[in-house]
Design a protein around this ligand. Structure first.
Ligand code: HEM
Length: 456
C-alpha cells in the first residue's frame, strides 16, 4: 500500500495556487504571516506558495524527526540552488551525500571546543582593538550603527582565522562584497520582476563585480599558499583545509572545493555572529536588571586585562545572556530541508518534493516549552534548566548531523566580545527607538540599530 495514503492531510491555509498566502506574506512579511498561521493551524502545517509546498515545523518532537531520526529523508536539494549558484557553490553548507560526509569528517575537528582554541587569540586581539576604536568614537562620534560595528569585528576575526588576513582594507572590501552577494542572492528569491543575471543592469553588475573581487582575492591567496613550502604555512584554517587528507583515500580537496569551502566558512561565520552580538546590546539596553547582573559578574571576575580562556569559564551568566539572545532573536530564524520521499510525521503525510521549514524562532516561543516565552531571562540557560528541557526546544544552530559546525566558534567569539566590551562600554538606545524585527534571509532589524556609545 502506498504509505502516503495512510497519513492525514496537513492543515494550513488552503487557497488557489497559494495566491492569498503570497499576498499575506507580502503584506505582513514572512515572520508575521507564518506566526499568524502557527496560531491558527498549530505546530505542523502546510502553506502553498505558487507551485511550492512549504511544511512548517515548530514542535521539538518534529524537529527531532526531521533532523535526527529521519534525517536521511530531509536533504538540502533545490531549496539551496540559489545560494549554491550565487554564493558558495558546493561548500559544506550546501553539499549533500558522500561529498558532504567527507567534508564534514575532514573539517569537524577544526571546530571542536578544543580545535577552536587555536582561534581564541585572534578573537581576543580583535576585540581589544575594538576597545581603542570605541574609546575614540565615544568622544568623536558616539552615535553608531551597532550591526556595522559588530560586523567589523566578526568579519575581521573570521578572515584572520581562515586566511591570516591582516589588512584592514582587504577585510572591509571582502565584507562589503560578500554582503552584496548575499543581498543579491536573497533578492533573486523575492523579486519576480528582475531581469536575467546576464543583463548588465546596475544591480546585476554590482553582484558580478563583488563576486569577481571575492574570487580573485581568494584565488590570489590560494596561489600564494600552494606555491609555498608546506612547512612555511601559517597556522590558519586555509592551511588546515589544504593539508586535510581523507583517512580512507588519502585524497586532498580540489582547488575548486578549497575556494567553495573558504567562501562558505566566511559566509556562514560572520553575519550570524554579528547579528547575535548586535541583538545582545539591544537586549541589554532593554533589560536593565540583566545588564546589572552582567556588570556585577564582569567586575567580580575580571581585572583590566582581557580574560584568559580559563577566566571565561567563570563568566557563566555572560554566556547565558548570549544563549537567551539566540532563543528570542535567533539570527537564523528558519532553516530548510527538502523532502526526498513521502513520509508520515505525527500522523500527517509529508509529500515528496515539498520543503520543510524548521522555525527555531517559533519553537523558542512555544508556551509548552518556555514559561512566559517573550520574557528575556538568561536563567533559562543554567545547566539544570537546560537539562530539564526537551533537547530540541532550543535549536538556534539546527540539530542532528547537520547542526552548525561553527556553534562552539561563535559562542566563544561572542562570549569574548561581550566580556571585554561589556566590561567597559554601555551602549544606549536612542530615545523613542523601537526595533522592528523582520526576516530578510536572516533576522534583521528593518530600521537598523543606531545606539549611543558611552563608557560605563
Ligand atoms: C550565532 C551564530 C550562528 C548561528 C545562529 C548559526 C546557525 C546555523 C544554522 C541554523 C545552520 C543550518 C543547520 C541545518 O541546515 O540543519 C548552520 C550551519 C552551518 N554553520 Fe552556522 N551558525 C552560526 C555561526 C557559525 C559560524 C561562526 C560558523 C563558522 C565559523 C558557522 C558554520 C556553519 C557551517 C559550516 C554550517 C553547515 C554545517 C553542515 O551542513 O554540515 N556557523 N548554522
Amino acid at each position: 500500500m502506498n504509505v502516503v495514503k495512510q497519513g492525514e492531510p496537513l492543515p494550513g491555509p488552503k487557497n488557489f495556487f497559494g495566491l492569498k498566502n503570497i499576498r499575506e506574506m507580502g503584506r505582513k512579511g514572512l515572520l508575521e504571516a507564518m506566526h499568524g498561521f502557527w496560531q491558527t493551524y498549530g505546530d505542523l502545517f502546510e502553506v502553498q506558495v505558487g507551485p511550492r509546498k512549504l511544511v512548517v515545523v515548530v514542535h521539538p518532537d518534529h524537529v527531532r524527526h526531521v533532523t535526527m531520526t529521519q534525517a536521511a529523508n530531509y536533504e538540502k536539494l533545490e531549496s539551496y540552488d540559489t545560494v549554491r549558484k550565487y554564493i558558495i557553490g558546493n561548500g559544506i553548507v550546501t553539499s549533500i551525500g558522500d561529498l558532504w560526509k567527507r567534508q564534514r569528517r575532514l573539517m569537524a575537528p577544526f571546530y571542536t571546543p578544543k580545535g577552536i582554541q587555536a582561534f581564541a587569540d585572534i578573537m581576543l586581539r580583535d576585540t581589544v582593538e575594538m576597545i581603542d576604536r570605541w574609546d575614540q568614537l565615544v568622544t568623536s562620534q558616539p552615535k553608531i550603527e551597532m550591526f556595522d560595528e559588530m560586523a567589523l569585528v566578526t568579519a575581521s576575526i573570521i578572515l584572520k582565522a581562515i586566511f591570516s588576513t591582516e589588512s584592514e582594507k582587504d577585510i572591509l572590501e571582502i565584507k562589503d562584497c560578500v554582503e552584496t552577494m548575499v543581498s543579491f542572492s536573497n533578492g533573486t528569491q523575492t523579486n519576480p520582476f528582475r531581469l536575467p543575471d546576464w543583463v548588465p543592469t546596475p544591480y546585476n553588475r554590482s553582484y558580478w563585480k563583488a563576486r569577481g573581487l571575492v574570487h580573485s582575492y581568494i584565488n590570489g591567496i590560494l596561489d600564494e599558499r600552494l606555491n609555498m613550502d608546506e612547512s612555511a604555512y601559517p597556522d590558519d584554517l586555509l592551511s588546515k583545509l589544504i593539508t586535510a587528507e581523507d583517512p580512507e583515500t588519502g585524497e586532498r580537496m580540489s582547488r575548486d572545493l578549497l575556494l567553495d569551502e573558504s567562501l562558505t566558512n566566511f559566509f556562514a561565520g560572520y553575519e550570524t555572529s554579528a547579528r547575535t552580538m548586535s541583538y545582545v546590546w539591544y537586549a541589554l539596553a532593554t533589560n536593565p536588571d540583566v545588564k546589572a547582573r552582567l556588570h556585577e559578574e564582569l567586575d567580580r571576575e575580571l581585572g583590566d586585562e582581557p580574560p584568559t580562556l580559563d577566566e571565561l569559564k567563570r563568566l557563566p551568566y555572560t554566556l547565558q545572556i548570549i544563549k537567551e539572545v539566540l532563543r528570542l532573536y535567533s539570527p537564523a530564524p528558519v532553516y530548510a530541508k527538502d523532502v526526498v520521499d513521502d513520509d508520515i510525521l505525527d500522523g500527517y503525510r509529508i509529500e515528496k518534493g515539498s520543503t520543510v521549514m524548521l522555525f527555531p524562532y517559533f519553537t523558542h516561543r512555544h508556551p509548552d516549552f518556555w514559561d512566559e516565552p517573550l520574557r528575556f531571562d538568561p536563567d533559562r540557560h543554567t545547566p539544570e534548566a537546560t537539562k530539564a528541557r526537551h533537547s530540541q526546544a532550543f535549536h538556534p544552530f539546527g540539530a542532528g548531523q547537520r547542526i552548525c559546525m561553527g556553534n562552539h566558534f561563535s559562542l566563544l567569539e561572542t562570549h569574548i566580545i561581550l566580556a571585554i566590551l561589556g566590561k567597559r562600554f554601555d551602549p544606549e538606545l536612542l530615545p523613542d527607538y523601537e526595533a522592528n524585527f523582520v526576516m530578510a534571509g536572516m533576522l534583521h532589524i528593518s530600521n537598523g540599530l543606531p545606539m549611543m556609545l558611552k563608557h560605563r
